[in-house]
Ligand binder design. Sequence first.
Ligand code: KG4
Ligand code: ZN
Length: 354
Amino acid sequence: MHASERQPPTALLAVETSCDETSVAVVQSGRVASNVVSSQVRLHAEYGGVVPELAAREHLRQLLPIAREALARSGMRAVNLDAIAATQGPGLPSALMVGLKAAQAFAFALRRPFIGIHHHEAHLYSPWVAGDPPVSHFEEFQPNVSLIVSGGHTMLVHVQAKLQHRVLGSTVDDAAGECFDKIGKLMGMPYPAGPQIDRLAEEGNPHAFTFPRPMLNDANDDFSFSGLKTSVRYFLRDHPQLLAEAKVVRDLCASVQAAIVEVLVAKSIRAARRLGVRCFTASGGVTCNRALRRQLAASCQCEKFNLRLAEPSLCTDNAAMIGILAGLKLALHAAPSALDEDIRPNWALAAARP
Ligand code: KG4
Ligand code: ZN
């Protein structure tokens, strides 16, 4: 630990409401004491995607009971908290508003410092939320290249040191999770289709159909997934009868997944190799995908990179990663945020304060 660092505050309560997960966590001395997550996936399923107004109403309904549960599970009392944190952006404006304003009000009432957190920056630290070595050993994995891949984002980030990072590239259109979900919808699956495609693909042939690997050989770290989705759309328009055969559906899922995973893995490894890092990390909902986890593991083994993947239950949005990052920031003397700061729905990672 650097001489100028002090120990993180003993206890910190963190709130995450940027999209369709309501989550509150308590982090004590850099370790997660509780992390309660309530997913709204079923609520939005019939609409084929997240409906912002419904998301905000559900966050409002859920936040207080979840905060009480997080405190109860941690064994902490509110008066013993040292700081409050919440996701400030990016995300759905109405959803962010609920968590941020509730957390600021809580900090005001308790007279504790408040810290607004960048959601993507928190994803960079989610591989350390659980597992071994713990977050205090984060330095062993620096510098690293980190893939953040979910329904809302797909980006590669160079983490040079603790709280120092540079975005290398991101998707120029759809996120990888969005691509899974939209292709699943074309195949008649409910939202979100990623987990179902993953399940069916396990028993399918990834070489049965060939779909494009967009931007695979481009000399940059950006991604594009809308062309793949369009290609599948035309393919299904021309061969609708294929969806009637369960085996073919499994093969289609495996072939689509293979295209997405190949691009994600190849561009990730290429970036890590070019930058000369020895470590690679990944997080975000799509990091639950078993083929992606297997292929990242195989490629990192070939390259002799240390691989640190977020645990599946912590790949999706959660407040534990918000609390872990807030603890790191406070330990590095980051100034608390003002209690009247607004949400930042389009906050760029490059603009996140150290
Ligand atoms: O991180 P997350 O909960 O929310 C954001 O989008 O920020 O990620 C949800 C996304 C959805 O697109 C979902 O289909 C995808 O992650 N996903 C998966 C898997 N599990 C979740 N995609 C592929 N395979 C999976 N096993
Ligand atoms: Zn996320």
